[in-house]
Design a binder for this molecule. Structure first.
Ligand SMILES: C[S@@+](CC[C@H](N)C(=O)[O-])C[C@H]1O[C@@H](n2cnc3c(N)ncnc32)[C@H](O)[C@@H]1O
Length: 321
């Protein structure tokens, strides 16, 4: 167990040992001490374990959440070999970084964000429906629901939320968006739940998928991931590793496609590129995604949908041969 600071006291980093072993394999030596980037600092659980994995490691970290910056300030006091940037990882190309030996992305929201009722992610509280990871910019979920055209509502709820009964939810939003109920987490969650007949076997809140889809939409989560992956790969040194922990099938699909493309494999069943045309830039280290054990899920139920995939760069993208 790592030494845990106040900053990460209420966050349980997912697949921690597996992430550290894959990013900093035991026995691997780094001529430059090891230069790493954590794109999703959150509460710093993974960051701290990485900093403790090697004496000379230098860790850069990013998070778009202003409160993550506060937690990172505590880290800066404790670790000289740590630098934090509050920014969206979609803009990582603007950072001047050395060639990296490892990059981590632990996607989605942190427990800090989910558990802080004022952030407006939960179903329970009578607080404004916000859901922005970076609450210093962008539009709140409430504004999105009031102003979005039907096509965007469908993208959020059907495509990103994968809500089977999306039509009922979209119609309810459109019919009720002038009212007050749409403004608050608890009243909106109730409005969504009322779209469905009660199922006593259902374990999750009936608004879970709708909330998830809206969150993914307003934070631009899938686009950010798609745009950041090639930029991050480019920043890796040959031999450097990219580790992704995703929590949603759509994220995992983007990661899998990107990994296959870099490894010179067909990205999906429609990919007709010939074997001769493919170039191998990377080796996939996880044939199947690594999943949390039963005991991890028991200790940390939020880990239940996590999937870890890892890749090692074998060639720079500028080189064809
Ligand atoms: C699952 S948490 C990471 C938890 C962290 N690994 C830990 O051990 O504490 C994901 C974090 O990534 C941040 N995040 C998500 N998407 C981001 C993006 N596009 N740019 C920057 N940060 C992002 C969120 O604000 C959140 O703090």
């Amino acid at each position: 167990m790592t030494d845990r600071t106040q900053a990460n006291a209420s966050h349980c980093p997912v697949l921690l040992d597996q992430v550290v072993k894959l990013l900093v394999p035991p026995g691997k030596s780094y001529p430059n001490g090891g230069q790493f980037l954590d794109c999703t600092f959150g509460g710093g659980g993974h960051s701290e374990a990485l900093l403790q994995a090697g004496e000379k490691i230098f860790l850069y970290a990013i998070d778009c959440d202003p409160l993550a910056k506060k937690r990172a300030q505590e880290f800066s006091l404790k670790y000289e070999n740590f630098r934090f940037y509050q920014m969206n990882f979609v803009e990582v190309g603007c950072l001047k970084l050395p060639q990296l030996d490892g990059v981590l992305m632990d996607l989605g929201v942190s427990s800090f964000q989910l558990d802080d009722e004022s952030r407006g992610f939960s179903f329970k509280h009578h607080v404004p429906l916000d859901m922005r990871m970076d609450n210093s910019r962008g539009i709140r979920a409430e504004e999105f629901l009031r102003t979005a055209d039907e096509r965007d509502l469908i993208t959020a709820i059907r495509d990103y939320g994968e809500e089977e009964q999306w039509r009922k939810v979209v119609n309810t939003i459109v019919e009720n968006r002038a009212g007050r109920s749409i403004s608050y987490c608890d009243t909106f969650a109730k409005m969504v739940a009322n779209c469905f007949s009660k199922d006593p076997r259902q374990k999750i809140h009936p608004a879970t998928k709708t909330f998830q889809g809206i969150r993914i939409f307003i934070n631009g989560e899938l686009r950010a991931l798609e745009m950041a992956l090639p930029v991050l790969f480019d920043k890796l040194a040959v031999g450097g590793r990219l580790i992704l922990v995703s929590f949603h099938s759509l994220e995992d699909r983007i990661v899998k496609k990107f990994f296959n493309a870099m490894a010179g494999k067909a990205i999906d069943k429609f990919d007709s590129q010939s074997v001769q045309e493919r170039v191998v830039f990377a080796k996939i280290l996880t044939k199947k995604p690594i999943l949390p054990s039963e005991s991890e899920i028991k200790n940390n139920p939020r880990s239940r949908s996590a999937k870890l995939r890892a890749l090692e760069k074998v060639k720079s993208c500028g080189t064809k041969k």
